[in-house]
Ligand binder design. Structure first.
Ligand code: C5P
Length: 228
């Protein structure tokens, strides 16, 4: 039996990290964790409770319980027991999430929970700091990129399909804004891990991308040091 790997996927907003991570997890029968959904759930809590300062959020952190469940093939994020999968993709959350993700206490809480999810290996997690901070010893680290035009188009279509009305211009500005904050924050900025493989998927279909990464995984699993 091949070893159950820990796979880290990082990259800018709307590069298709979640799509790749979900497809890999399904194919390999691994756990899939969308770490961005956890930062989004914290942001939703902040909005719902009408908090106004970082300190207020820090004081509330103990009251925030985030769950990740898989129901009928779909990933569901819960916030204190309530399904918030749609609400965490709203404009209000999009516009605030990167700011709140700069708070070290928020990151410490979520990183701890993310590490607990990987106890047995066999996990694909996507985010901004997975290969650099959450799993620095991951077996495979991928840094995804794609042009801003393609990322905008993909995210726009995704939001429209979910019934969230927006414009391409609004989506593009939000992606650029979040990338800027994510790349420049002091705690765990978005950077490519030195041992990550960079993959520009601008002109790859989802299936081509999956096939390519599965080939990398197969090669990895044939390496003697990964045998069980
Ligand atoms: O992945 P997604 O775009 O849903 O993430 C939303 C936001 O959460 C990111 O723009 C970033 O600010 C934050 N995030 C983070 N670290 C992660 C995952 C997401 O700071 N590991």
């Amino acid at each position: 039996m091949s070893k159950k790997l820990t796979i880290a996927i990082d990259g800018f907003s709307a590069c298709g990290k979640s799509t790749l991570a979900r497809m890999l997890a399904e194919k390999l029968d691994y756990i899939y964790v969308d770490s961005g959904a956890m930062y989004r759930a914290v942001t939703l809590y902040y909005i719902q409770h009408q908090l106004n300062t970082e300190q207020q959020l820090i004081d509330h952190l103990k009251l925030i319980h985030i769950g990740m469940q898989r129901i009928q093939g779909k990933n569901i994020t819960t916030l204190n027991g309530i399904n918030v999968e749609k609400q965490i993709r709203s404009h209000a959350v999009n516009e605030l999430v990167s700011q709140l993700s700069t708070i070290s206490a928020v990151r410490q809480k979520l990183v701890l929970e993310q590490r607990q999810m990987s106890k047995k290996g066999g996990i694909v997690m996507d985010g901004r700091d997975i290969g650099t901070v959450v799993f620095p010893d991951a077996d495979l680290k991928i840094f995804l990129t794609a042009s801003i035009q393609i990322r905008t188009q993909r995210r726009f279509e995704e939001l429209m399909a979910k019934g969230i009305k927006t414009t391409q211009d609004r989506v593009r500005k939000n992606l650029i804004h979040r990338d800027m904050i994510d790349s420049n924050r002091d705690d765990s900025p978005l950077v490519k891990a030195v041992d990550a493989i960079e993959l520009d998927n601008s002109y790859l279909t989802k299936e081509e991308q999956l096939e390519l990464v599965l080939r990398w995984i197969k090669n990895l699993q044939n390496m003697p040091e990964l045998d069980q």
